[in-house]
Every structure is written in C-alpha cells, then in structure tokens.
Design a binder for this molecule. Structure first.
Ligand SMILES: Cc1cc2nc3c(=O)[nH]c(=O)nc-3n(C[C@H](O)[C@H](O)[C@H](O)COP(=O)(O)OP(=O)(O)OC[C@H]3O[C@@H](n4cnc5c(N)ncnc54)[C@H](O)[C@@H]3O)c2cc1C
Length: 793
C-alpha cells in the first residue's frame, strides 16, 4: 500500500491529517501485513509508523522513535553535530525572534537564511541580506510554517548562495548493519541507529566545504538516480529490512558508477512559476508532453493520458535516468538539448569560483552538471577540525563491563587511563542483565555492587529447567558459599554507571565518550596508541598499552588484523523480547520446554519479564516470512502462561531483538602493545549467562600482570603470557560446558527428550551437579581484586 501511487495522499478531506486518518483506518480494517508509506509526508510521520507496528503491520521504513529523533530538526541537528558532521553556522535551537537571529549574524556575518524547523527542501525560507531588512523576513517563514506544518519554530543559518544540494542515501537493517551510498552520511546514520532507507541532505558550497542540512526518514523521491548510479534496488532492500532480513547490500558491493539525471514535470504555471506557486491539479494529456529520448536515456514511463495528477506530489513522470560504465552520462551533451532544457533551467547559479577546489577533492561529483544532484558523491570527512592528541599509560577501547572494570582497577593502582567509548550514554542495545556470583564478588570488592543493586534489580535463586510444568533440573545457588549465593538481574547500565562514576574520581582518567576507534597507531610492528574519532575530530591517544574491550564485533581486533574463529556450535539463535510483569517477579532464570521450541524466562528490572525464544540457528529469515502471528503462536505453545500478554504486547517483528548465537575466539589475545579482553577476545552463548562474569574476571586477572609490565616499562606481548595462557584454559572450559548445556537443555531430538529427565535426575543426585553449578556461578574462583596493588589513599 503506498501513498505515492494508489492512494491519494493529501487529496482527501482534511488534507494531510485526513489522509493519515484514512491510512490508519485502512491499516486497522484490512490487517495488511506491511505498509509502504510512499515517498512523501506519510513516510515521515511517527504516528503512522507507530500505528503500523502497534497493529501488527510491519512498517516499511524507520521506526517511530527514529523518525522522532530525526524528523525534528532540533534533535536531528544536535545528533548530526554529535556524530561529528559539520553544520552550517547557525542555531541548533530555534530562534525566539529576529533579534536572536541578528545576534547570530554578529558572529557570522550576512546573509542569513531563516528556515522553518518543520518541512524541508528549502521551502518557505527567507534570506536576510543585511541588518536593515524588515522583520517580515523573520515573521513570514514563521507564519507559513505554522499554516503548513502547525509548527512555527524557525532557526537562522548562514546562507550559501552558490551552493549545491547533495542527498545521500543510507540503508540500515534491524541487525545493526548499515551501508551508505555516499560516505559522509554514515556517521549521522550510525548516531541515529537508523534502520531502513533514509536520505541525508548536505550542502556543498563553492569552496567545496560541505555541511549536514537535514535528514529525511524516507527513501528519496529521486531514488532511481541512486539506483541507476549504484545498481542497487533500493525499494527491494527496503522491504527486506522491513521483514527483518539482513541487508543483502554490503558496503564493498556499492560502487557508484557514471552519472544520472531525473526529470520532473511540474503541473503548474509555465514557464517560470511565481515564487509562491504550488503544484496544482489538472488532467494530464500525454500528447502535450515532450518525451526526452536519445542516447543515455532509459525508456520513458508516462502517465496514462487523462490521468489526474495528485496535488502536492504528482510532479514525477516515471523518472528514468541512465548511467553506466562506458556510457555517456546525461548532461554531457548527448541528450538533445531542447528536450532536456528544463533540467538545466534551475534557479541556482552554477558553481563558479572555488569549483576547482571541489573538483580536485571530489572529481566524481563534479563530473555531474547542474546544481541539484542526487546520487553517491564520494565525500571524505576532510572538513573536521584539526586532530588533537594526548598521552597516557593505558588506552582502553570500549566502556562495557570489561573495559570499565579494568579502567577502575588500573586507576586505583595509580595508572593513567584513557577510555574510548562510542556511546554517549550508558544505555546499550539489549545486553546482558544476569550477574553471576563470581562477578558479584568482584563488583563488591570494588565497592560497586551495593550502589548498583540499590538502583534497582531482582535477586534470583538459580536456574531451572521446566518441562510441562515439572521442574526437571534445579540448579540451586543456595549451595554456594554466602554471601554470593544468588544471581542478580540488573540493567547493565546500573553497573556501568557506578563503575564510571568511580573512574571519574581519578585525575589520571580521561573519558572520550562519543568517540569511536578509527585506527591503531603502530610503530615497528607494535601498537603504540589509538585514534578515536569524535565530534570534535580525530584524537590520537599514545599509550604504553592499548586494551581492546570493544565487544563481540571488536574493531580493535579487526584493525590489528587478528582473526577470530567463529564456531557455530549452537543449533539455536534467540529472539529476545520483554512483556510486562503481571505477577510478583519470579525467583529463577527458567528454561521452559513443552511443545514447540524452548523459551528462556527471567524477571527484568523494572517491572518486565524477559523472554528469549530459541529458534533454529540462522533460521530467522525463514521464520520472519511466516509473520509475527505465527511466531507468536509458536511461543505461546511453549509458554502458554504468557499467551494473553503476547497477544496484547507483541504485535510486530520489530518487537523482537535477534541474537545470533555463536562462540568466538580471537586467534591471538596479545600483541606487542595490545591486549584483547572480554567479548572481543572470546564471545559466548547467552546460555548460562556467563559473559559479564567472564568480562569482569578478565579485567581482574589482567590487572596485576599489566601493572607489573607497566612498572617495568615492558610492552612486549610475551610479558602478558602470565595472563593469556591460564585464561585461555578457563575459556576453553567455559566453551565446553556451554556446548554441553545447550545440548542437554535445548536439543529437540526424540532421544534427547527421553534421556533428558534421567540425565537431569543424575546430575542433581551426584557431585556433578554442584561441580557444574560452582563452575558456572563462580567461573575462575581465583579471580579477585588485587587491592594490595592499589595506590595509597
Ligand atoms: C542479547 C544478549 C544477552 C546477554 N545476556 C547475558 C546475561 O544475561 N548475562 C551475562 O553474563 N552475559 C550476557 N550477555 C553477554 C554479555 O553482555 C557480554 O558478554 C558482556 O557485555 C561483554 O562485556 P564486554 O565489556 O567485553 O563487551 P561489551 O559489553 O560488548 O562492551 C563493549 C563496549 O565497547 C563499545 N564499542 C564497540 N565498538 C567500539 C568502537 N569502535 N569504539 C569505541 N567503543 C566501542 C560498545 O559501545 C560497548 O560499550 C548477553 C549478550 C547479549 C548480546
């Protein structure tokens, strides 16, 4: 269903609002599986996106929160600035009045452009050329924006007269993969956690400088231009993303080639419409249309004669650009000039002075003619401020459990630490919440456990395997030595925030949040530091040791050229989701086995139940095609007690988070000047909830070895063998246990079903049970905080 074609968006009673109401009604009545909101205003309406998801229809396009984040120019500009993209000098906040706008000009000079916060595409803006200009220049866009968008906020920005408007398409799937069809936009898209197709608008001025302008949460109207230049079927990808399938696109597969132009026909007065002209309705007569033809043009797809174009959006006539290797690009003189004239009669002046600078830097882009181009210019982020640098003892990449714990241990030992973390807040995408006794003990020794738990969490008694209402296996933690004889379900951000607070108490701590590792500094084959890319530009940290603690997809590992062996030893992946808690929180992490596939269930603070439905490994794509209802009823078969809540609260595939379950191991953990810890060194299945424990224990076990190496000024890999070799054996053991656990608890075969109850009984009655429990709960019991190494005070 699309507002761009079949449905006449904005044409019905009540204009846009009326049209949205019609669409929403149609979604509710028809129960459509998916709704493609077209290329216009409906695609950027968060309410419509929400209705789509809430009513079980998949939203083809970004989710409501992403639209909210980017649709509002105030938050979008702030986000782009945070992502390190240059903005034109101007207000990130709306200006309250003309005086405020004039105040900007004191700093930047005239001309300024006053722009509505709502809307886009340069509509209803006013250029203020000097201080004597009338106040109407400010009031007019305000009034127009109020009338058109119901939002009268405006903001001032420096005006670039001879500028080009460049749009860059990005694509993200719901598994975190993002590709760009023009490099600069990716920074912004990552910052916004963008999914689906989106358009990032830039302004390139006559010196070749470029600025982030705005973000449109939709596929471009001009997307065929991008499709032709890149050979990517964007609409197909869009539907794949909506179906929660991974992108088929890969960045290396996007190779822009050639140039393309799309022509539009305006249904309005000709030849030069007055400034306030709007596209109008009228009957299209194909005989009256000049059809572009000739070398380099694809076949024309005209409207059917007599068809009535839709006001406000009907000015596209089957865009048919063309480009390709070895072909002449349109605009190079091969299209009959009179037929393509309108494409060149653009009100903006062609770039003059400074063009050569831009041409030198972006030859691909300058190959195009005409001032308004869409496509895939190759931009490099060369406009960021000058690089800065600093020196420290240890540079830790990644502020997760491993990185922050190690940072705190080192700081307390008098070591200087710079921590590079890409996020600017403690909220992570859904990550581990269950803390095991071994980890609890370490956090307690660091003085972090009590305050983290006080922020809110649930204490649990252990693990249970439940088959058809019967507890087959009870791994009771009260057998363990007190006080660490329970599990804690706690939001990871509570723990991270407490660790970070303590790090901030040390002068030797530098926290580069909002910075991503972009390169390692290497000299003579040894790592000597890291480059962190943030909104203020690149920052080079020179360090004795660099610690890669940046998680399962570690960039540190990749940049160091260290391979990771991925072992697909588990036969399942997990679809995670939360439901409201309607009963007192349970006391166990439970695996429910009945009909259907096993489901993990535990209470998750605050007031929710976390469920993880196990599905066949790599089976999600196929499962997704069956739709949310089928998945829901499969889950309800396994946990009938949650059937009602499932029906009420899980309405779209986007309510699930897919975890690709694998075990992984970096081939080396230590290089001269570099060490990997936590998930970046070894990644685990979530079964048994040991990832955080292992990350914390890595930090505790590495700490004394690293302090000693630093004291001796020894940065050679061999110096850390005392950590890496025994730790490697621990990890092998954990991986073995997890594989066994997965087989025993989750395998589906008939033999397994018969053997499981007997095996469970045996484990409980013999010393094997307590041994496994201790192993899972405590990890390496020798891991403890070496407070004897802490500096006095
Ligand atoms: C869905 C899910 C559920 C889980 N459930 C549990 C559980 O219940 N119990 C449990 O013990 N374990 C669980 N785990 C595993 C656990 O979350 C991890 O093992 C643990 O968080 C690893 O800690 P870490 O510090 O090594 O890495 P992470 O927690 O992944 O932290 C890595 C940090 O590095 C940052 N980073 C990444 N790339 C860069 C970069 N290029 N530049 C700068 N910073 C970067 C990230 O933002 C992040 O803050 C779960 C994992 C998942 C995915």
């Amino acid at each position: 269903m699309s507002t761009g074609g079949g449905t006449r968006a904005g044409d019905g009673p009540g204009g846009r609002e009326g049209c949205l109401a019609v669409l929403i009604k149609a979604v509710l009545r028809t129960g459509v599986q998916a709704l493609h909101p077209g290329y216009g205003f409906a695609s950027e309406n968060p309410d419509l996106a929400e209705v789509r998801e809430d009513h079980g229809s998949t939203s083809v396009g970004p989710s409501a929160p992403v639209i909210d984040r980017l649709g509002d120019k105030v938050s979008a500009r702030a986000l782009m600035a945070e992502a390190g993209l240059p903005l034109l000098p101007g207000g990130v906040e709306p200006a309250a009045g003309l005086e405020e706008a004039r105040a900007l000009a004191v700093e930047t000079g005239y001309p300024l452009v006053i722009k509505p916060m709502a809307g886009g595409g340069g509509r209803d803006t006013q250029v203020v050329r000097g201080p004597g200009e009338p106040a109407a220049k400010y009031r007019q866009p305000r009034g127009k924006a109020q009338g058109l968008f119901g939002d009268n906020r405006v903001y001032p920005e420096c005006y670039r007269a001879a500028a080009r408007h460049v749009e860059i398409q990005v694509f993200g799937d719901r598994l975190g993969n993002l590709v760009h069809l023009g490099e600069a936009a990716l920074l912004g898209a990552k910052a916004a956690e963008y999914t689906g197709a989106g358009t990032f608008d830039f302004l390139v001025d006559d010196t070749g400088d470029f600025y982030s302008m705005e973000v449109n949460c939709r596929i471009q109207v001009e997307h065929p231009v991008t499709e032709v230049v890149t050979g990517v079927d964007l609409v197909r990808e869009r539907f794949r993303v909506a179906a929660r399938l991974p992108l088929e696109l890969s960045q290396s597969g996007v190779a822009p080639c050639g140039a393309a132009i799309e022509c539009r026909q305006r249904h309005g007065p000709r030849p030069r419409p007055p400034a306030d002209a709007r596209p109008g309705r009228g009957v299209h007569r194909s005989g009256g249309t000049v059809r572009p033809s000739g070398h380099g043009l694809l076949p024309w797809a005209p409207r059917i004669g007599g068809q009535r174009p839709v006001a406000g959006q009907g000015d596209h006539l089957g865009p048919r650009p063309r480009a390709g290797p070895g072909e002449d690009a349109p605009g190079t003189g091969r299209i009959p000039r009179e037929r393509s004239r309108s494409a060149y009669e653009h009100p903006l002046p062609a770039p003059r002075a400074g063009r050569s600078a831009f041409r030198r830097r972006h030859p691909h882009h300058v190959a195009h003619r005409g001032p308004h181009l869409t496509g895939a210019p190759r931009m490099t982020i060369d406009q960021t401020p000058r690089a800065t640098g600093s020196t420290t003892d240890v540079c830790v990449i990644g502020g997760g459990p491993a990185g922050l714990t190690l940072a705190l241990l080192l700081l307390r030992s008098g070591v200087q630490v710079t921590l590079v973390e890409r996020a600017t807040s403690m909220s992570r995408e859904y990550r581990g919440e269950i803390l095991q006794p071994g980890g609890l003990a370490l956090l307690d020794q660091l003085g972090v456990l009590v305050p983290a738990a006080a922020r809110g969490g649930y204490w649990l008694d252990g693990f249970q395997l439940v088959e058809r209402e019967r507890v087959l296996l009870d791994i009771a933690y009260d057998r363990l030595p007190a006080p660490y004889n329970r599990l804690l379900s706690v939001p990871q951000r509570h723990v991270l925030a407490e660790l970070l607070d303590r790090c901030h108490g040390f002068d030797g701590f530098r926290y580069l949040d909002g910075h991503r590792l972009s390169a390692l500094v290497e000299e003579d084959g040894a790592v000597r530091g890291a480059v962190a890319e943030g909104r203020a530009g690149p920052h080079t940290v020179r360090a004795g040791w660099v610690v890669g603690a940046d998680g399962r997809f570690s960039k540190t590992r990749r940049l160091a050229g260290i391979g990771a062996d991925r072992q697909d030893v588990f036969a399942f992946d997990v679809l995670w989701f939360k439901l409201p808690q309607e009963e007192p929180p349970g006391r166990h992490v439970r695996v429910f086995r009945a009909a259907g596939r096993p489901v993990l269930v535990y209470p998750s603070y605050p007031g929710t139940v976390q469920l993880g439905w196990t599905l066949p490994h790599k089976g999600y794509a196929e499962m997704a095609t069956l739709g949310v209802e089928t998945i829901r009823s499969e889950i309800a078969r396994a946990v009938p007690a949650y059937a009602d809540r499932l029906a009420r609260h899980v309405n779209a595939l986007s309510d699930f988070t897919l975890l690709d379950v694998f075990a992984g191991r970096a081939r080396e953990w230590v290089r001269d000047g570099l060490v990997l810890i936590g998930d970046s060194a070894h990644t685990h299945s979530p079964l048994g909830a040991q990832g955080i424990n292992l990350a914390l224990q890595d930090a505790a076990l590495l700490h004394p070895v690293l302090v000693e190496a630093l004291r001796d000024g020894d940065f050679s890999a061999g110096r850390l063998d005392a950590y890496a070799l025994p730790r490697s054996r621990d990890i092998d053991q954990v991986m073995k246990t997890q594989t066994m656990q997965a087989k025993a608890m989750l395998s589906q075969g008939r033999v397994a079903r018969v053997v499981r109850p007997r095996l469970a009984g045996l484990v409980q009655r013999t010393p094997i049970g307590p041994k496994i429990t201790r192993h899972i709960a405590l990890g390496n019991p020798a891991a403890r905080v070496r407070s004897d190494l802490f500096a006095p005070g």
